[in-house]
Design a protein around this ligand. Structure first.
Ligand SMILES: NC(=O)C1=CN([C@@H]2O[C@H](COP(=O)(O)OP(=O)(O)OC[C@H]3O[C@@H](n4cnc5c(N)ncnc54)[C@H](OP(=O)(O)O)[C@@H]3O)[C@@H](O)[C@H]2O)C=CC1
Ligand SMILES: O=C(O)[C@@H]1CCC=N1
Length: 274
């Protein structure tokens, strides 16, 4: 999906190409990414003309990325920032690291000799790998419109993009859409297990659970209706769905559990800042 300005995606320095960096890279490669450099010690399947650096000391001196995408674990930030400092003097940094704040990252870059680096945050999710991602971004006032547009161009190549004006909202975003695919995959796992518990063969339980989750997601994506409306259309009064929802929607069941789970994820994002 390409909603941003036309033209090839710019050259990137992608730092960390694991679950999230790899998901985004898959989408960018499909959208004609300009020759880029990927810093990751595991990837050996990156097609030319892109290059892989196994370690920071292998990064080419003459490479001039338009953007540096930081996609290592937040706990690796202190280790990785000195390695990218020289690039951050000339190009903005787009961090997808959960919790790590613009102020903290900017201060860390300053402490390793990069004054006035521009850091923008994004929280993507793994459906980016198939162009179905949801990314929410935050840019500080120091970021220019051109830098914001560059991020929108890049991220809209892998899905939908929204911006928030308050950085604190990034923790809630992380809890809902960054971590959210895991909640949906858990739902598929639990439906499969419950089907088996009801006597279904394992293969059939897996097939119907997966197809139900993916089909319901596709219907939701194509529908103008609220999720609650779509739910009601499945729910016959006094029928089977009602019997299940009486359990799932009890105040102490999914409503309370989901709220507590998302609060816990947001709390953890705040803790990861330091
Ligand atoms: N996974 C997800 O769904 C999402 C993740 N995020 C954020 O994305 C970031 C990355 O997460 P994720 O993709 O899951 O993490 P991964 O561990 O899968 O990916 C990070 C990759 O970077 C490599 N790496 C780290 N440091 C170096 C280094 N110095 N030199 C070379 N390679 C290095 C890692 O190798 P090694 O393992 O050997 O260190 C790993 O391959 C996190 O900050 C997370 O908060 C955001 C949204 C969703
Ligand atoms: O679990 C995590 O910390 C990362 C951030 C959002 C999804 N995965």
């Amino acid at each position: 999906m390409t909603d941003g300005p036309a033209g090839p995606l710019p050259p990137l320095l992608l730092v960390g190409c694991g679950q999230m960096g790899g998901a985004m890279l898959a989408g960018w490669l499909a959208d004609g990414l300009a020759p880029s450099v990927i810093l990751d010690r595991h990837r050996d399947d990156i097609p030319a003309p892109h290059k892989v650096a196994r370690q920071a000391s292998d990064l080419p001196d003459d490479f001039a990325p338009a953007l540096i995408v930081l996609a290592t674990k937040p706990q690796k930030a202190a280790e990785i920032l000195p390695a990218i400092a020289r690039f951050a003097r000339h190009a903005p940094v787009l961090s997808v690291m959960a919790g790590k704040t613009v102020g903290g990252l900017t201060a860390s870059l300053e402490s390793v000799g990069t004054e006035a680096a521009v850091v923008i945050r994004a929280m993507p999710n793994t459906p980016s790998a198939i162009g179905q991602g949801m990314t929410v971004c935050y840019a500080p006032p120091a970021a220019t419109e051109a830098q914001r547009a560059l991020c929108t161009r890049l991220l809209s190549a892998v899905g939908d993009v929204a911006w928030v004006a308050e950085e604190a909202q990034m923790d809630a975003v992380t809890a809902v859409s960054g971590s959210g695919p895991a909640y949906v995959f858990l739902l598929a796992e639990l439906m499969e297990q419950a089907g088996i518990a009801q006597g279904l063969p394992a293969g059939l339980a897996r097939r119907i659970a997966r197809r139900t989750v993916s089909g319901a997601g596709a219907l939701l994506a194509q529908s103008e209706s609220d999720a609650a409306d779509l739910r009601r259309r499945v729910t016959s009064p006094g029928g089977t769905t009602q019997a299940a929802l009486d359990i799932l929607m009890a105040p102490t069941a999914w409503p309370a559990t989901m709220e507590a789970a998302i609060a816990a994820a947001a709390r953890r994002a705040r803790e990861l800042a330091s």
